[in-house]
Design a protein around this ligand. Structure first.
Ligand code: MN
Length: 355
């Protein structure tokens, strides 16, 4: 009987050997070569980083660290407290180190603009500094020559796990802490292997990380089923604003900044609300509107079944994401953003019927 959270060395080595050939086939050779030779790297997640961006960045730090490289993980925003589930989360820096990198790696996004103020630092580096991109977003249209974009990967952490195998790194290192770091991202982006983005390879990587010491069940509970009281109260308040449109096929809710202050919650505690909206069985589009100042709203969109492509909804407002989960920022007050986005969804539904 195997126990989660402990390293099962023989099982791990067998699984690593079984997956290595497909890892080597998947990771572009030019990306792998730069990762092999770089001695000092900056690894940068997108702004407002989630467990996949943080896990991928910190996982790469540990993997390249095994090869003797010095790696700084630099984030525009501090990691939300819920991601303390990642054992090395304190290694995230909010400022660049005093040394220049000989390569940078941008993870879980398409463009330095998504990395906020750290993206500006990347753009200011000498043009000769190699820039690597590792991402799984279908909306990624990068022109960087050193890019590995795999829209079939469930998570960037799935891709980084394959990079580890290709570089012959030990995913079971540090009593399973590295495996835990990468598993956090896979669990985040698949909702613990529940989303349709989960492939046989995702489960193989999950099995590999489990054998390497990741406590899958405990990570999932900490990310998805453990919340402070103020957060549950915030969710109750926001879900009370639930409204339907398009004859019930669209559900949406709004969160004003006053909802945060009055429930004693913070912005990161709104995580998960859009997924609760998506629970409505009769709806195939769920939209969560968050007030982001007097003239800005952030939207998170989930779609299912015959609902339109989520990136077709958010793309109209300069956003991006995946077919079933996407987001955007709209420079309008929430009430105007609601009207604009609902009109866009109705228009896409009409187009689907016509097309
Ligand atoms: Mn991701």
């Amino acid at each position: 009987m195997s126990e989660q959270g402990t390293v099962h060395a023989a099982d791990y080595l067998q699984r690593a050997d079984a997956l290595r050939a497909s890892a080597l086939a998947a990771v572009p050779a030019n990306v792998l070569e730069v990762l092999r030779v770089a001695k000092r790297l900056w690894v940068v997640p997108h702004e407002r980083p989630d467990a996949d961006a943080l896990g991928a960045a910190l996982g790469l730090k540990a993997i390249l660290g095994q090869r003797g490289a010095e790696v700084a993980v630099i984030s525009a925003d501090a990691p939300p407290a819920v991601y303390d589930v990642i054992p090395t989360i304190r290694e995230v820096a909010l400022e660049a180190p005093d040394w220049a990198p000989d390569a940078i790696v941008l993870v879980d996004c398409a463009d330095p603009r998504r990395a906020g103020r750290i993206g500006d630092l990347i753009n200011a580096l000498p043009a000769a500094t190699p820039r690597i991109l590792i991402d799984h977003h279908v909306s990624n249209e990068t022109t960087w020559p050193l890019a590995w974009v795999d829209a079939h990967a469930a998570a960037t952490c799935e891709m980084v796990s394959l990079i580890a195998l290709a570089l012959e790194a030990d995913l079971s290192a540090d009593q399973g802490r590295l495996a835990t770091t990468l598993a956090a991202g896979v669990i985040m982006d698949t909702a613990t292997f529940q989303h349709g983005n989960t492939t046989p390879r995702t489960l193989e990587v999950g099995g590999l990380l489990l054998a390497a010491g990741a406590p899958i069940s405990e990570i999932s509970r900490k990310i998805y089923r453990s919340k402070p009281l103020a957060q549950v109260q915030l969710h109750a308040r926001v879900l009370a604003s639930l409204t339907t449109a398009d004859a019930g096929r669209t559900v949406f809710a709004t969160m004003m900044l006053a909802d945060l202050t009055e429930s004693g919650a913070n912005l990161e505690m709104s995580e998960g609300i859009v997924d609760a909206l998506a629970h409505v069985a009769e709806a195939d589009v769920a939209i969560f509107f968050k007030e982001d100042g007097p003239a800005a709203a952030r939207i998170s969109v989930r779609t299912k079944g015959d609902g339109p492509d989520a990136t077709a909804i958010t793309g109209a407002f300069g956003g991006g994401g995946h077919a079933r989960a996407a987001g955007a920022t709209i420079e309008r007050p929430v009430s105007e953003a609601v009207a604009l986005v609902l009109a866009r969804v109705t228009e896409l539904r009409a187009h689907n019927v016509a097309g």
